[in-house]
Design a protein around this ligand. Structure first.
Ligand code: AMP
Length: 114
């Protein structure tokens, strides 16, 4: 989608190292990390947010969790713990309107989130 920063990362227009890539997803480091490990899992298809997910997306969602698990195991933080965050819309502070899944690890996280 025109003007979408994550579409530009996926197409290679913005050079970014991928920690993981398959046919449907990429994972890369957040440019403004909020923890020792702060990754973004982004689908290659431009989907705006959870609001745009439908009943037909069961496989997509299963794929998201499979990739998160795989990356956590590969980097070893499956054992220490990690937090996954999805910001949706203005009040949640969603800045990039291309759905993405924050994966944070390497420190203790508080609850409730701010
Ligand atoms: P959100 O607030 O949930 O929309 O999160 C968007 C995230 O994308 C923020 O944590 C940004 O730091 C991150 N971000 C924005 N541009 C880039 C980029 N070029 N490379 C990596 N991460 C980025």
């Amino acid at each position: 989608m025109d003007g979408c920063i994550f579409c530009k990362i996926i197409s290679g227009e913005i050079k970014t190292d991928f920690i993981f890539e398959d046919k449907k997803f990429v994972v890369f480091k957040d440019i403004n990390p909020q923890a020792k490990v702060h990754l973004l899992l982004v689908p290659k298809e431009h989907i705006g947010s959870i609001n745009d997910i439908g009943a037909k997306d069961e496989k997509f969602l299963a794929g998201v969790f499979a990739v998160i698990k795989q990356v956590a195991e590969k980097l070893g933080f499956d054992k220490t713990g990690y937090r996954t965050v999805i910001n949706t819309g203005k009040d949640a502070g969603q800045e990039v309107l291309h759905i993405h899944f924050h994966i944070l690890s390497g420190r203790k996280f508080s609850w409730p989130p701010g």
